[in-house]
Design a protein around this ligand. Structure first.
Ligand SMILES: [Zn+2]
Length: 244
């Protein structure tokens, strides 16, 4: 196989590799769109779970306090009866203190119920908001998931075809050239570079004049000394002739 033929095959290979790279980026993007939507949904569902737990606890506390208040009111009645029935000043003072203490406890409980009511309303409102967000996201996921999954499938099968073509092309190259190409591609993303005027078109560094001279004289594959890519000469496009 001539060097010119190797260059042609390398170019074909680099072209397919560029296509594969684009497809991989597309696949990654689409997959991450789905993953992000699903992760957001999961987060909202967790938030809803936490909201429900908090609301349950709030309602349980509030109900207990309401029962407490009922009991206390009965105790107040009871103490008031005692006050009415008291015959000595000492008895009367004691009953009076009892009534006052109970009333104070009762006020505290009622304040607490008020606070829990406000808190419960806020929790309910936030829970409704979360529920709305979940509905919206579920709708978005529902309308996108099918299309994205379909597109993923089509890009994946397209990619598999190009991969097969690549394997065929790669087989044509001398193994040593192919291995070098692969090593450089792994490090640099792109394995080949051209020169038309003495600079590497991939990294823009000037080639040593001796090297450039040899590349120009006959078909040759060398490596750029600064980016290591496989480099070869292509004639400049007419009108863009280099000055040196
Ligand atoms: Zn270079």
């Amino acid at each position: 196989m001539t060097i010119s033929e190797q260059i042609k095959i390398l170019e074909e290979l680099a072209g397919i590799d560029a296509e594969l790279k684009t497809m991989d980026e597309e696949l990654t993007g689409d997959r991450s769109t789905l993953t992000t939507l699903k992760a957001s949904l999961k987060k909202l569902e967790d938030k809803r779970g936490e909201g429900k737990t908090a609301l349950d606890a709030n309602e349980k506390n509030r109900n207990e306090f309401i029962i407490d208040v009922r009991t206390m009111m009965q105790q107040v009645e009871h103490s008031r009866d005692k006050l009415n029935r008291s015959r000595t000043e000492r008895e009367s003072n004691a009953a009076q203190r009892e009534v006052e203490e109970l009333r104070k406890l009762l006020r505290d409980r009622e304040d607490e119920i008020g606070r829990l009511t406000t808190e419960g309303d806020a929790l309910r409102l936030s829970l409704e908001g979360t529920q709305e967000e979940i509905k919206k996201l579920e709708a978005e996921l529902g309308s996108n998931e099918g299309a994205i999954t379909q597109k993923l499938g089509s890009v994946e099968s397209q990619r598999a075809q190009r991969q097969k073509a690549r394997d065929e092309v790669a087989k044509k190259l001398p193994p040593v050239v192919y291995r070098r190409y692969e090593t450089i591609r792994g490090r640099r993303g792109v394995g080949i570079a051209q020169t038309s005027d003495g600079t590497c078109k991939a990294c823009n560094m000037a080639l040593p004049p001796q090297l450039y001279h040899r590349l120009r004289r006959e078909p040759l594959i060398e490596q750029c000394q600064s980016c290591q890519r496989l480099i070869y000469f292509v004639p400049p496009v007419a009108g863009q002739e280099a000055e040196h």
